[in-house]
Design a protein around this ligand. Structure first.
Ligand SMILES: [Zn+2]
Length: 91
């Protein structure tokens, strides 16, 4: 389980406790936090892995400098900062 998944579980249990203590009412702040974390999880899913570490998942392009696997919508390599030349991008 990823840290993000753990965070969602954590806030969900917090929400459950709040709901019990407040006669079924939800805490809007906890709700807001859960929504934000879910968004983060969606982004991570889309990119496969969190940024910043040398990754091994399959992507169409790699950094020429350090061979980091790159997502098509990144403009710079997250490992070494080399600008990504992406010729397949829309003209
Ligand atoms: Zn690189």
């Amino acid at each position: 389980m990823t840290d993000t998944e753990k965070a969602i579980k954590h806030f969900e249990s917090l929400q459950k406790r709040y709901t019990t203590q407040h006669k079924g009412e939800q805490c809007k702040f906890v709700k807001c936090a859960i929504e934000a974390i879910c968004e983060k999880q969606e982004r991570e899913k889309w990119h496969g892995v969190e940024h910043g570490l040398l990754t091994t998942w399959e992507t169409p392009i790699q950094c020429h400098n350090c061979m980091e696997h790159l997502s098509l919508d990144w403009s710079f390599c997250p490992e070494c900062g080399t600008p990504i030349e992406n010729n397949e991008r829309e003209e």
